[in-house]
Design a protein. Sequence first.
Length: 382
Amino acid sequence: MYSFTKHHYRWLFSTLLLILLSHSPLKAQSISLYTPYTKIAVAPGETINYTVDVINKSGGIKSSAITVYGLPETWDYDLKSGGYTLREIAVLPGEKKNLTLTVHVPLKIEKGTYNFGISASGYTRLPLSVTISREGNSQAQFTSKQSNIEGAANSTFTYNAELRNGSSENEAYALSAMTERGWNVIYKAGGKKISSINVGPNQTERITIEVYPPAEIKAGKYKIPIIASSGSISARLELEAAITGTYDLQLTTPTGLLSSKVTAGDDKKIKLLLRNTGSVGIDNIDLKSKAPSNWEVTFEPKKINHLEPGQSEEVYATLEADNKALAGDYQVNFQANSSDARSEASFRISVRTSMLTGWVGLLIILLAAGGVYTLIRKYGRR
């Protein structure tokens, strides 16, 4: 029977130790790869920049081929270090080297999570994950976060939109609105009116769209399709305006006469008529005036809290002309203002001087003439 000696046991132990060392994970752990952002979410067409540390944890110089694995065929990437395209890297003991991985996500891609990574051949792997937040394509995208706005017919409906060029070329998009007759649509970018806009590849431009409904439009909801087109590429944005009614005021007189007479220094009470000619009630209507210097205007009432559509309210304006006003015609403007509507009535006021002023003036003229006559009689004989 074969017996084991100490020598045999020593040989067997050494052999087993060599086998274990040859399969030891220490080699794999002597170089490690690190980046802080291993799982991210991006939109189609974006470019991802990874900064990766290659760390040598051993006591000797280590070199390894660096490769990217698992990346979809339609994705492009650049792997560089020190400004050079990287194939293999060497790291001193206890030190680290940096490399950059730039990944270009294609424009046309399905929504989902994509897994790939960086490998230090013979040592370790760094798994990476990218989630595409939405399905992408190579066409244009026209969007607005608030596509429905409610307001009166005489309001301005202002929409903020974004136009994205999903192609790889610069595109000039013409803007047009598919509306019925009477609607007015204005486009602005950077505060300036535009009819078209240039959008770079994989870029987005902000556009302000101002919509003015027809004056006599009825209450209701109206679709406003906006088209951005460049050659064979086009995108459609459908806006909606909810018309609640029309705000409108009319300030006039019961007879429609917008003229009056007043004597300098005297008061004149003028009867005004304020009508709500719109289809919606109007709140907090203030009465104001613009008159010549040193003239006074007061209203009764000064404010109307609410006026229903089709209703009228009588307002009295008391006008006091300057007592030094010369005879002639003057203009006084009466205004009715609210946050939703305003109206203005321009009055022509003819000023007459008082009888007393006329008689005083005539007396001064007569006294002056008498004085001249006396002087002529007295000194004319000498």
